[in-house]
Design a protein around this ligand. Structure first.
Ligand code: SF4
Ligand code: SF4
Length: 485
């Protein structure tokens, strides 16, 4: 028997009046208790595209910790060791500014895209929406049936069928949450380390295992219980979104000019009367909404731009032979005036800042050197007399930012007869490590007389150029001065 799905949902949950939406959340009753949203599964073009995009994103999320470029994981966010890897490109604490610049660029990107295309991030890319709508809710529809069946079952008794479905669904939800927690851990500690932990067993890393279980419980509660409330009351993005959109922003909008006056559909209704809009007040757009709102009330903070109402309304329009797009991606201004003008001065300003930031970020990554070398004359020292000339002490610092160990040597490029004497310096700098040490440069007296270039407090300085060599190549040249009498 086919359940009267729309009626059940409307009667039980959708008693929201046209004005109450301004003061209350659709998913919370005035007394503060939760109204559970039984969202109907959308069907249509946008839902199919979102399914494809979500499959790509989920595959990327699950696989990228296991993809290596060279010796590096494709993406790594090791907060404990302060090591980050972006697309196989390691960033150590010395280059932390790159992480900050990347973060800033991502933030400005969201601002620019929100100003032009509304909450496109929420509907298509946000992990919360992707997991909830494309994984957890699909499993729920598969196990518990349609929204109408779910609404009927929760009001019924805890019989064998309901218990079986409940246990199966919650077990799958918990298992997926555990898998998500493991994937996120692979991004933090690296996939190799995670595989090692799994082989060792939970007892060997018990504290970490407890943390993993805690995160699993959080993910489970978010996706099984908290759901749309995470977007409505926790996520800060929804709050500042309202400061970014204006009447030019292209977002999911109900065309009230075409839709109003709404009225119920009657058989052989041609919608020809001037007082009758194209909206047949069927509530299909409300029944698919995962946050329980009515898009016909205008842009609302609760709208996560999931496109479900577009698909639902298009299906209705098709059935009653009216043009699709009563709910569509458009701007409030376009609906009022018919003129589409999303390229406003504000978008131009944001866009200019965004392009500048992207260029700066790309440049900083491109020109970042793999090794940083600093040579400074040791503080508090002066020249030292040697058998045939003078010598100075120097402090050396080498930072190896690559994923390979560096075997190096120091050679003085200028003046030619100068000699480097390492003072217990190691000749290897491990990957991601900083080497600090001292060495001596001695120059024959006749060279110092030839190269006197600056005078300082009665002493002379000559310019020194030092090559840092590795694998037969000069990987860096640094300049300093040598103090002579
Ligand atoms: S689905 Fe379309 S026709 Fe039905 S209530 Fe929503 S806007 Fe009106
Ligand atoms: S109003 Fe439409 S786009 Fe917004 S959350 Fe509801 S169904 Fe999704």
């Amino acid at each position: 028997m086919e359940l009267p799905e729309l009626e059940i949902i409307r009667e039980q949950e959708r008693t929201f009046g046209d004005e109450e939406f301004r003061a209350e959340l659709a998913s919370v009753r005035p007394d503060g208790t939760r109204k559970w949203i039984f969202a109907k599964q959308p069907r249509g073009k946008f839902y199919r595209w979102r399914t494809i995009v979500s499959a790509v994103l989920l595959s990327f999320l699950a696989l990228s910790p296991f993809v290596k470029i060279g010796d590096e994981q494709f993406l790594l966010f090791n907060l404990l060791d302060r090591k980050f890897v972006f697309f196989g490109y390691p960033i150590w604490p010395e280059d932390f500014y790159l992480v900050v610049v990347l973060f800033l660029t991502a933030l400005v990107s969201i601002v620019v895209f929100t100003a032009t295309l509304g909450r496109i991030w929420c509907g298509w890319l946000c992990p919360q929406t992707v997991f909830l709508e494309m994984v957890f809710r699909k499993i729920e529809w598969w196990i518990d049936g349609s929204a109408g069946e779910q609404a009927v079952r929760v009001r019924g008794p805890w019989n064998g069928d309901r218990i079986r479905r409940f246990v199966l669904k919650q077990s799958i939800f918990f298992s997926i949450s555990f898998a998500i927690a493991n994937i996120f851990l692979a991004y933090v500690v690296s996939s190799d380390t995670l595989v090692g932990y799994i082989k060792d067993g939970p007892g060997s890393h018990f504290e970490l295992f407890l943390a993993l279980v805690a995160f699993t419980v959080v993910f489970y509660l978010v996706f099984a219980r908290f759901r749309e409330q995470a977007c409505l009351v926790v996520c800060p993005y929804g709050r500042f979104m309202s400061a970014l959109v204006d009447e030019h922003t292209v977002t999911i909008t109900y065309d009230q000019k075409r839709g109003e006056q709404r009225s119920k559909w009657k058989r052989n209704d041609a919608r020809s009367s001037q007082n009758t809009g194209h909206c047949i007040d069927c509530n299909a757009c409300v029944n698919v909404c995962p946050t329980g709102i009515d898009i016909r009330n205008g842009i609302q903070l609760e709208c996560v731009a999931c496109t479900a109402c577009i698909d639902a309304c298009d299906e209705v329009m098709e059935k009653i032979n009216l043009p699709k797009g009563l709910i569509r991606y458009t701007s409030a201004e376009a609906i009022q005036t018919g003129i589409k003008n999303w390229f406003t001065p504000r978008v131009k300003a944001y866009g200019t800042i965004w392009i500048t930031l992207v260029l700066i970020t790309t440049g900083l990554f491109y020109f970042r050197s793999d090794f940083d070398v600093t040579v400074l004359r040791s503080p508090g020292t002066t020249w030292t007399q040697t058998a045939d000339g003078v010598a100075n002490f120097y402090d050396l610092k080498i930072i190896n930012k690559t994923s390979k160990d560096l075997h190096y040597s120091l050679v003085v490029a200028k003046p030619h007869q100068a000699i480097v004497t390492p003072l217990g310096l190691p000749t290897i700098v491990r990957s991601g490590e900083v080497l600090k040490g001292r060495f001596l440069i001695s120059v024959p007296m006749h060279e110092t007389e030839e190269h006197h270039e600056h005078e300082e407090h009665g002493n002379y300085e000559i310019d020194i150029a030092i090559d840092v060599k590795a694998g037969g190549k000069t990987i860096k040249q640094v300049s300093t001065e040598l103090l002579t009498p």
